[in-house]
Structure formats: structure tokens, C-alpha cells
Design a protein around this ligand. Structure first.
Ligand code: GLC
Length: 742
């Protein structure tokens, strides 16, 4: 039955009136029904689901992407339930729907917010055509442990980069107007601190001091809230003894009271009932109590709320007003989505999935996501017009599915173009592109294909080797205790390199891999993550020099697993390692006296630096930085301080560079990182072109959460660097004179 509530509220007051009006008509059971999110029945409406919707006992479904089925579910909700409240229809649209973009970690390597917004918009358009109106993305957990499978879904290790790119993803999904047919509600996840899971093992315990939680893990979520994200998902993890799904400090104090978030909070899959598994509660009833009182509005794929919330209210354990607040948050989002006015999907109103424009956007995103880590003797770019043979070797060179990466529920592998295909299409008539798989899969230890690969390499002028990880080796619950190349891939590299034919190694993976053992065996190394549907043409464009690589690492690449966690924004410690104090295990004299070996912060058996640092990425040209200057050397931070430098393209081809600003507060009330990214800008420069790039700073950029957890800005000297990676050397100091803490 239509509710007669067909007018779209145009002001916040009108919206709240509509929410109150709806709540006033609802029974307690119907309010609890709005807090239930259950799995669809996969392309049809089964009897049980029909009854639940008709009786108002669920308010949202997930994983139903058959548009006719979605429309039928909406019809039942709107026309057969007592109040006609439409459904939210959720799906994990993490990096594309049918057209797949690079995994988020790869997209982050583009350092290009506009590119990421475009990709999310296309993903929203394609998902909306299937009836989806809510996605469980962006995933903006700070990830500093490559052993964790979900690093693939993240935007990397840095709060500033993740905040900017996460907000860009929200903008893409939600568009200018959430009621547009191609806009879908976004969901920032997993709130919060999930990426700090011990030993990189998914779902594991996290112990994060409050100032670290606030300085590192929360800024991306604050940025998403400020960008208007419609929903937030709690993480599975135990945060300092209180699992996030039942954590009032997170869900009430920070999210609602400090940040003013007025969307809704959804649990992760059955994470309400898992509060008992964690040991926070004895049973589902108490789990429902803890989660509801902490501020978890909706329960995903669980029955604790449905089974106990109403009786907890009737018993007086939970105030009725609390359930009104939970249900009101959900209804507010449904109203903002315009679902009451337009609950149905007409696919004809939306662009076809996998259309040329979408594929071109995926190609652009893939091209900007690839990071050139090394390029000795200018081996790259290869000349497509040369006469000779190009050997393409490796299981990931021609696999339409594996290049898509993790979390591609609806990805259409038939849209994929592989690198082998693209190289053959792009190569000149005189260049013969020949393929040998070399090894059956990335995990295989079968070396019987090595001989064919070696023979091909021997008779070729260059080799491009495609190795790394299959998609299944990263993603949720797919963690690795050793992040080296799986299987016999290192042996394949050795065998091919031993032929003396120059080798370009292209890594496709869902995480940073530890490559120290093979990095010196190849003169050129590209990191392509899992590049998505159009990874082939994008990588071919770069290999043949159609475009120059512009990607920069959004996460540190370790030398060996044992270095993890290793990240650029680390603390200085009281005994930082130096070249002078470091000594390698192989160089220690027999019976060396105890104090002769080191006594600073390093491992004996590996250098203390990463293999490649955050922010690193080469081009086919070179960029120099000079003349860094602050707008004033001493500043009272009630205004704006601009720090700028001149960047110049000193090579012979046009290319893009990500100019990065880092700051350090060398003396503060809590120790601060040796560097923190505070700004970045991607610029395109012609050969010889110079450009001054400036970054405006305010007090907020220098503030941090100190000993009390409160945000403070403290006077003193600051260091600032501008350059092309977190190892930028061009530095200027400035002094802050005012002290104020908010
Ligand atoms: C999963 C994930 C979450 C996802 C949800 C729905 O367990 O943790 O990120 O959105 O369930 O698939």
C-alpha cells in the first residue's frame, strides 16, 4: 500500500519530518524489520523472502543482481507491505561491476582522485542497471601489512592519500545527486582499524593506542563522512578489547557526536552475533543489546536483532527511542536515495555495461596505476617497430580472469583484453611476439615448461615476463605468511635471466610482494597490481612507450617478509639505523664482541630500508625539483602557509609526475612520524617545461591527536620536503609561532 509519502523532502527539516512521520506509523516489529539485511535468493524470489518483505520483517537485501528479481522484491515491498517502504539493495562493487578497474590498491597508485571518481561512477552506473542501489565500498582501512589479503582492496598505507582517494570514490558512487538513477549509496568500511590485524591475519585482534587510531586509521573515515558517505560498515575486528560492532566509542562518541554522521551503520557479515564468539557477550540476545546500544543500526546476514531487539525493548533493556534512532538512520538514507519516489530500475535508462567509454576509462585507470620500479640502461620503452622477436612468458600474460583481481563478483572476463593480445595487436609487422607459459600457474612448482620458455628467450631480442599472484591469493581471508613470489616463479626468473636476453618483469599481484631475491636479475620492473579488464592494452601502451608510466607506490614494498610492518611514516626511535651503524650478517667478524654489531634499530640479515619506498615511481623522462620555499619562514598558523617548489621535466618526452609534499614535526608532545604526506598533485609536463607547484597548509594540516587524544597544534620548527617520492630530499624548514589546541 503506498504510504502517500511521495514528495521528496527538499530541506533537512523536511527530511526529518518525513522520518518522524514514518516512524510514527511503524510498529516495533516493522522498525526492527528495517534493521535486517539478508541475502537475496539468487535470481528469483523464494517464498520465505517474499513473506519477509511483505510482512516488513526485512528492509534490505544483498547479493541480488537480477534486475527483474530486484524489481519484483521492490514491488512486494512497495505494494504489498503495510507501509510500502522500499528496499536497499546492496552489493560489493569494489572496483567495477561488469567492467573491472584495477584493484583499489592499484587505482591508488594513480594518485589521481578524478580518475578514481570516474571509475566509481562507471561502476555505479553498471551496478544500478542491475537494481543495486547501495555498494559496500570504498574500503578505506589503512593497510601496512602486505600479509593481509585485504590490502588489495585498500588504498594503501597512508591516511592523506587514502582520505583523498576514498572521498573521490564516494563522490563517484553517490554522484552530485543521490536520487539520480545512476547514483548508489556508498559505504565506507571497515570502521575501524581493521588493517592493523596482528600478523596480517584477517579478522585477527587489533591493539591500537587511541592517538594512533585517531592520527592514522580514522582520517580516511572522517573524510568519507565529510564527503557525505551514506553508510559506514563496522569491522569484524576486536579493537582494544571491544569489537568494532559493539564499540560505542567508535559508533557513538566519534562517528555521531564528534563527526555528526547522520547516515546509517551496518554490521559486517553476522558480526553482531560474532560479539559472542569474540567473548564480549554470552549469547545473541546480549550481542543484540551491545551492538544496538553502541550504535550499529543494521545487522547484515544475522538474526540477533530480529530475534531479540523487540523483546529487549519490551523488557525495558533498550529504550524504544534507541530503536527509533536506528530505524530512522536507515529510513533517512532511503529517503535521500529517492527510493520512495522511484523504487524501480529501468535498465534502459542507464548505459550498457562494458561499453567502449567504460572500457576506455578502465584502460586509462590501468595505465595510470602501473608503477615503473626500475629501468636500467633505458631498456624500456621497447620499440614496437623493430625487427626481431619479443618473448612473452608467464601465466599472467594471457589470462582474462586472473588480471581482474579479487572482489569481482559481477566482473565479465569476456570483456578482458590480455597483455599478449594487446602486444600482438600493437607490434609492428617486423616484430614477432611469441608466447611461452613457462609455468602452469603462479603457485605451480611444475618446471617442465621452463625449457620451452628458456628456448624462446634464447632466440628473442627481449623478454617480457608476467608473474605474480593469481587473484585468489589476495582478498578477504586470503592472507599469506610469506609474501614472496609463490610456486617456482623465482626459479623461472633465474632460468630466463640466465639466457642473457634482457628481461622486463611485470608483476601482477594483489599485494606488495617481497622481491629482494630476484630484483637484481632483471633490468626493468613494472608493478601492475591486478589491472582489471583493460590491463592488457594499458600495459602494452607502457611497454611500447605510447604513454610513459606515472604510477607511484601507495604502499611500501618490503625486501623480505620479515621486515613487515615497514612503512615510510614510521617513528624515528631513540636509536635510528644509519649506514654507519648497519652491519649485514654476512659481514660480521667471527666472535665479534657484543657491542661491535650495530646497537641501532635494524635486522642483521636484511638492509633496514624497503626495497622500494612509498611514493616511488619512475617515468621515461626525468624530473628535477628546485627552489623550495614557504610563503613565509615564520608563521602564526591562523592563516595559510604555502610551500612550493619548481618541478622540471629534464627529459625528452612529455610525461606525468606526482609532486608530493611531506612534513615532519621533529619535537612534539607525542613522537611524530619521520615524514607524513600532506599534499600531492599530478602534473603533466612537456620536455623542458618547468612549473611551480604549491601546497596550502593550515593549522589543521599540522594538528595531531596528542597524549589526551585531543587534537592539538603545537609551536616549533617543522621540516618540509617536496619531491617525487617519500624519499624526497629537497627540504625547507619553517617555524610555527602560535600554540592553540582545539
Ligand atoms: C564480507 C566483507 C565485507 C563485505 C560483506 C558483504 O565479509 O568483510 O567487506 O562488504 O561481507 O559481502
Amino acid at each position: 500500500m503506498a504510504t502517500g509519502l511521495s514528495r521528496m523532502p527538499v530541506t533537512p527539516a523536511a527530511l526529518e519530518e518525513r522520518v518522524a512521520e514514518l516512524l510514527a506509523r511503524m510498529t516495533l516489529e516493522e522498525k526492527v524489520g528495517q534493521l535486517a539485511l539478508l541475502q537475496g535468493s539468487g535470481g528469483h524470489v523464494d517464498g520465505h523472502l517474499r513473506d519477509l518483505v511483505r510482512e516488513g520483517r526485512i528492509g534490505s537485501v544483498l547479493n541480488e543482481v537480477h534486475v527483474e528479481t530486484v524489481n519484483e522484491l521492490q514491488r512486494i515491498a512497495v505494494e504489498e507491505s503495510r507501509l510500502g517502504i522500499p528496499l536497499l539493495v546492496g552489493r560489493d562493487v569494489i572496483h567495477g561491476f561488469k567492467t573491472i578497474f584495477p584493484i583499489p590498491l592499484g587505482q591508488a597508485a594513480s594518485w589521481n582522485p578524478a580518475l578514481i571518481t570516474r571509475g566509481a561512477r562507471i561502476a555505479a552506473l553498471e551496478a544500478a542497471a542491475a537494481g543495486v542501489n547501495w555498494t559496500f565500498a570504498p574500503m578505506i582501512d589503512i593497510a601496512r601489512d602486505p600479509r593481509w589479503g585485504r590490502v588489495a582492496e585498500s588504498l594503501g598505507e597512508d591516511p592523506c592519500l587514502t582520505a583523498r582517494l576514498g572521498a573521490a570514490m564516494v563522490a563517484g558512487f553517490q554522484g552530485e545527486d543521490l536520487t539520480d538513477s545512476g547514483s548508489i549509496a556508498a559505504c565506507a568500511k571497515h570502521f575501524a582499524g581493521y588493517g592493523a590485524c596482528e600478523s596480517g591475519r584477517d579478522y585477527n585482534t587489533t591493539s591500537i593506542p587511541e592517538h594512533e587510531l585517531r592520527n592514522v586509521h580514522l582520517p580516511p573515515f572522517r573524510a568519507a563522512v565529510d564527503a557525505g558517505v551514506a553508510s559506514i560498515m563496522t569491522s569484524f575486528s576486536d579493537l582494544n578489547g571491544v569489537p568494532a560492532t559493539g564499540n560505542a566509542m567508535l559508533l557513538q562518541e566519534i562517528l555521531r557526536e564528534e563527526w555528526g554522521f547522520d547516515g546509517f551503520v551496518v554490521s559486517d557479515w553476522d558480526s553482531v552475533r560474532q560479539l559472542a564468539v569474540h567473548g564480549l557477550t554470552p549469547d545473541d540476545r546480549e550481542s543484540a543489546f551491545e551492538a544496538a546500544m553502541a550504535g550499529c543500526d543494521m545487522e547484515m546476514a544475522g538474526s540477533a536483532y530480529a530475534g531479540h531487539l523487540a523483546s529487549l525493548v519490551e523488557d525495558g533493556r533498550i529504550p524504544a527511542a534507541r530503536v527509533d534512532a536506528l530505524a530512522g538512520n536507515v529510513l533517512r538514507t532511503k529517503l535521500r536515495l529517492g527510493l520512495f519516489e522511484q523504487p524501480y530500475t529501468d535498465p534502459a535508462m542507464l548505459p550498457a555495461s562494458g561499453n567502449p567509454e567504460h572500457l576506455q576509462a578502465a584502460r586509462d585507470a590501468a595505465r595510470e596505476s602501473v608503477v615503473l620500479l626500475k629501468n636500467e640502461h633505458g631498456l624500456l620503452p621497447l620499440d614496437p617497430g623493430r625487427r626481431g622477436t619479443l618473448a612473452v612468458i608467464g601465466p599472467l600474460a594471457d589470462d582474462p580472469y586472473e588480471q581482474l583481481g579479487t572482489w569481482i563478483f559481477d566482473g565479465d572476463a569476456s570483456l578482458s583484453q590480455t597483455v599478449l593480445q594487446a602486444l600482438r595487436e600493437s607490434a609492428g609487422a617486423a616484430l614477432s611476439v611469441e608466447f611461452a607459459r613457462g609455468i602452469p600457474s603462479t603457485r605451480s612448482r611444475d618446471t617442465s615448461g621452463f625449457a620451452e620458455a628458456v628456448a624462446l628467450a634464447e632466440r628473442s631480442d627481449a623478454v617480457v615476463l608476467f608473474l605474480g599472484e593469481e587473484a585468489i591469493l589476495s582478498g578477504e581471508a586470503h592472507c599469506r605468511a610469506d609474501v614472496g613470489l609463490p610456486g617456482a616463479q623465482e626459479a623461472l626468473i633465474e632460468a630466463v635471466a640466465a639466457t642473457g636476453t634482457p628481461v622486463v618483469l611485470v608483476i601482477m599481484a594483489g599485494r606488495p610482494l617481497a622481491l629482494e631475491r630476484i630484483v637484481d636479475r632483471v633490468p626493468a620492473l613494472l608493478y601492475a597490481w591486478h589491472p582489471g579488464s583493460m590491463g592488457g592494452p594499458a600495459i602494452a601502451d607502457l611497454l611500447f612507450g605510447v604513454e610513459a608510466p606515472s604510477g607511484k607506490l601507495p604502499i611500501t614494498l618490503p625486501r623480505v617478509t620479515g621486515q613487515i610492518p615497514i612503512y615510510y611514516a614510521h617513528k624515528h626511535t631513540g636509536k635510528p639505523p644509519t649506514r654507519e651503524s648497519f652491519i649485514h650478517i654476512d659481514d660480521i667478524e667471527p666472535r665479534a664482541p657484543q657491542l661491535s654489531v650495530g646497537n641501532t634499530s635494524f635486522h642483521l640479515d636484511v638492509d633496514y630500508t624497503p626495497l622500494f619506498p612509498f611514493g616511488h615511481g619512475l617515468s621515461y623522462t626525468t624530473f628535477t625539483y628546485s627552489d623550495i620555499q614557504p610563503s613565509s619562514p615564520v608563521t602564526a598558523m591562523d592563516g595559510t602557509l604555502v610551500i612550493s617548489a619548481e618541478v622540471r621535466n629534464t627529459g625528452d618526452r612529455e610525461a606525468e609526475e606526482v609532486v608530493q609534499l611531506y612534513l615532519r614535526d621533529p619535537a612534539a608532545s607525542v613522537t611524530r612520524p619521520v615524514r607524513e604526506l600532506k599534499g600531492f598533485e599530478k602534473v603533466r609536463l612537456a620536455p623542458g617545461e618547468r612549473r611551480r607547484v604549491g601546497f596550502s597548509l593550515t593549522a589543521a594540516d599540522l594538528a595531531f591527536h596528542g597524549r589526551t587524544g585531543r587534537l592539538v597544534t603545537e609551536p616549533g620548527q617543522f621540516h618540509a620536503w617536496i619531491g617525487g617520492s617519500s624519499e624526497a630530499e629537497l627540504r625547507i624548514d619553517f617555524v610555527l609561532t602560535d600554540a592553540h589546541s582545539s
